[in-house]
Design a protein around this ligand. Structure first.
Ligand SMILES: Nc1nc2c(c(=O)[nH]1)N[C@H]1C(S)=C(S)[C@@H](COP(=O)(O)O)O[C@H]1N2
Ligand SMILES: [Mo]
Length: 389
């Protein structure tokens, strides 16, 4: 059997695939793509800035110390991060619908033009792939679903930069088209079909509904309409429970009457049981738990200032402290308090939430709660505070 010659093969593919002109809607094209793209770009910018902040906030030792005030800064930035990512999903779908015919544009004939065409297509492929990756992994993370083997934070962070790079190339290449399209006040004529106005309106509406239904879980007042949110705000003291004591495998140790917290400094150890901790001066503060997965809730915590505990072993207030928990394994069983966090008068080893002793799931007998920190660092079931020499 004779092999298909190169030209016959390309002819066949050409006949199989639709042509750019086969897409009828006049709304497919730069006019809608630029307008939706502008908002998509804005979502990207918000996600990038808040994402970089979150990445560094979760780093155990950050070169630039993060501010302790406002106490809810991380709560706001992480809610914005999830909201921007969620809003981007319908925007991306409409954007891809608008530019879809371009996928079937035939390559030009001249060699130089072909090279440029392929490069441009490759940058689009990188952009689309990285964007879908970011939105898909971000959404899965917000749903607390980790169906992959790679570390989420590092990968989501790295691919974020790929997406930003590809986006910059894309905007630079398309700038003249974008400028023309945005300057065009007159929408494309679409006899009998959906108008540009209603398409854009439906797009903004879809983005708005998506944000309210899922990502507004961190916003007091509107939390109730976030019907698809993973964590709703129920839980003892109005604070949801992330990992339960049973899931963390700490139930027996945390309820053991022989429990005692160890505060350790070089050459010195002080052991305190729950009654000893209750007998120390107590401080109350309203502080949020702001989970990186997008939910957050504020509670009134009371307990002992960490710096008071450091004083018991003769350590200065401004000392970095390693916090260990009763949990035998798992990524969040330990955390580190940088010196300025340990010294903060609002950094507490909490014993109570909402005027009641901590529930087992919220970290009984004692847990860390510090201002403006990602939830992953608010270690529960604390068993040891180790001063860093
Ligand atoms: N020991 C321990 N502490 C932990 C965790 C954990 O898995 N183990 N999860 C952290 C995460 S991811 C969050 S968001 C908060 C949630 O606290 P909560 O369950 O009291 O709301 O606890 C943090 N403290
Ligand atoms: Mo979390």
């Amino acid at each position: 059997m004779a092999l298909l010659s190169g030209t016959r093969l390309t002819d066949r593919i050409d006949r199989l695939l639709p042509h750019e002109e086969a897409f009828r809607s006049a709304l497919r094209g730069p006019d809608v793509a630029s307008r939706v793209g502008l908002w998509l770009g804005l979502c990207f910018l918000v996600a990038l800035l808040t994402g970089v902040y979150s990445h560094f906030a979760q780093q155990a030792s950050t070169a630039i110390p993060l501010p302790g005030r406002p106490v809810s800064l991380y709560r706001v930035t992480q809610t914005l991060h999830i909201a921007a990512g969620t809003a981007a999903v319908p925007l991306l779908l409409v954007k891809m619908w608008a530019v879809n015919p371009k996928l079937f544009a035939r390559p030009p004939r001249q060699r130089r033009a072909v090279v440029l065409h392929v490069l441009e297509r490759l940058s689009i492929a990188a952009l689309v792939a990285s964007t879908i990756f970011q939105l898909a992994t971000g959404l899965a993370n917000a749903a607390q679903w980790y169906p992959w083997a790679f570390g989420f934070r590092e990968t989501h962070y790295a691919v974020g930069w790929v997406a930003v790079g590809a986006l910059l190339v894309h905007v630079a290449v398309k700038l003249p088209i974008i400028r023309d399209a945005l300057a065009q006040r007159q929408p494309p004529a679409q006899p009998g079909g959906v108008t540009r106005r209603s398409l854009l309106l439906a797009t903004w509406l879809a983005a708005g509904v998506a944000v309210l239904a899922t990502a507004a879980a961190g916003v007091p007042g509107v939390r109730r309409i976030s019907v698809l949110a993973v964590r709703s705000g129920d839980g003892p003291g109005g604070v949801p429970i992330n990992r339960s004591a049973v899931a963390a495998g700490v139930s027996a140790l945390a309820t053991d009457p022989g429990f005692a917290l160890s505060v350790v400094a070089p050459g010195r150890v002080v052991r305190l049981n729950r009654a000893d901790l209750e007998a120390l001066p107590q401080t109350s503060a309203e502080l949020p738990i702001a989970c990186v997965e997008g939910w957050s809730a504020s509670g009134i915590w009371s307990g002992v200032r960490v710096r008071d505990l450091l004083a018991l072993v003769g350590a200065p207030a401004r000392t970095a402290v390693v916090v260990r928990s009763l949990q035998p394994r798992g990524a969040w069983r330990e955390s580190r308090l940088p010196a300025e966090v340990a010294a903060d008068p609002l950094t507490l080893l909490a014993l109570d939430l909402g005027g009641e002793p901590l529930s087992l799931d919220h970290g009984y007998p004692c847990r860390i709660i510090a201002p403006n920190r990602p939830g992953v660092l608010q270690t529960k079931w604390v068993s040891r505070l180790e001063v860093q020499a």
